[in-house]
Design a protein around this ligand. Structure first.
Ligand SMILES: Nc1ncnc2c1ncn2[C@@H]1O[C@H](COP(=O)(O)OP(=O)(O)OP(=O)(O)O)[C@@H](O)[C@H]1O
Ligand SMILES: O=c1ccn([C@@H]2O[C@H](COP(=O)(O)O)[C@@H](O)[C@H]2O)c(=O)[nH]1
Length: 263
């Protein structure tokens, strides 16, 4: 007889190959969100939306959130983090905090990159992310605005091997002119030193030349979910619900959340 662990794995496998997983399977809060058959067994998933068991001993689950400046990444990450049991980590925000931190040895270097729309060396960004992940009670992270170039990607792969696993990438696609308008508007109140025409020109250039290839890299690995960011915030939020529920279901279930009974 197969062990429950093996059964669980084959159940997961059978789920992953389904392309038409209906989202409303996961809409109920309790007690059962999904069930299926593996051989002679009935396998029931008894996980609960938004209250997944956290297990700090396992790999961190990561969803990268990428897109141009102003595409709406941060806005949506804030909306969805609680509902779907993630912690939102904005790489740009962590860098801005580090820039202001009293006594930071990286303050000036970071500020130079922010103004120029260029990219901070991965060792700095990755260690800020790692610190947040290690200090968080969560195991599932939405990492917003990273990795932005090949140096970021390579550095992440080396530093996070055996620590974190990238499960998916959300790509917010939005026309450059819309992105620029949004950032210029945000600049009226954000106090950000890079929400101005000159920095934005460079940020868009960096995004096109350095970040798009990273998105394409993950697309080739079949990890990218593309979102049309050129809609109202509510429409964008709604369009994310289905992919996020599926990510949750496919990637974030701890094994102990599965209930297996013989039939
Ligand atoms: N769907 C939307 N429609 C209109 N405005 C939006 C939308 N989403 C976000 N905004 C506004 O656009 C600005 C940029 O949004 P947000 O900070 O979420 O983008 P971002 O992709 O995180 O940008 P950045 O990478 O530059 O930090 C904000 O002022 C936000 O309120
Ligand atoms: O991984 C990262 C993320 C950000 N930066 C720098 O910060 C600014 C602002 O980033 P936002 O995501 O728009 O908040 C960005 O233009 C880069 O200069 C980075 O270097 N590495």
């Amino acid at each position: 007889m197969q062990s429950p662990r093996l059964l669980y794995r084959s159940f997961q496998k059978s789920l992953s190959s389904s392309t038409t997983l209906p989202c409303n399977l996961f809409a109920k809060k309790k007690p059962i969100t999904l069930q299926g058959r593996v051989g002679n067994y009935l396998v029931r998933d008894v996980s609960v939306t938004g209250t997944m068991t956290e297990n700090k001993k396992s790999l961190y689950n990561v969803v990268f959130v990428l897109g141009g400046p102003g595409a709406g990444k941060g806005t949506q990450c804030e909306k969805i983090q609680e509902t779907f049991g993630f912690q939102h980590l904005s790489a740009g925000e962590l860098l801005r905090q580090e820039r202001q931190a009293p006594g930071s040895q990286y303050g000036e270097e970071i500020e130079g990159h922010l103004k120029n729309g260029s990219i901070v060396p991965v060792a700095i960004t990755c260690s800020l992310l790692r610190r947040e992940m290690d200090n968080s009670p969560k195991n599932n992270f939405l990492i917003d605005g990273f990795p932005r170039n090949k140096d970021n990607l390579d550095g992440w792969n080396i530093a996070m091997e055996g620590v974190a696993k990238v499960r998916a990438v959300l790509f917010f696609n939005c026309p450059d002119d819309v992105c620029v308008d949004r950032c210029m508007n945000r600049g009226l109140t954000s106090g950000r030193t890079d929400d101005n025409a000159e920095s934005l020109k460079k940020r868009i250039e960096t995004y096109r030349n350095s970040t798009m290839p990273i998105i394409e890299h993950y697309r080739a690995l079949n990890l990218v979910t593309e979102v049309d960011g050129n809609r109202s915030p509510e429409q964008v939020r709604l369009s994310l619900t289905c992919p996020l529920r599926n990510f949750q279901q496919f990637f974030f279930l701890p094994e102990q959340a599965m209930c297996i009974t013989e039939r």
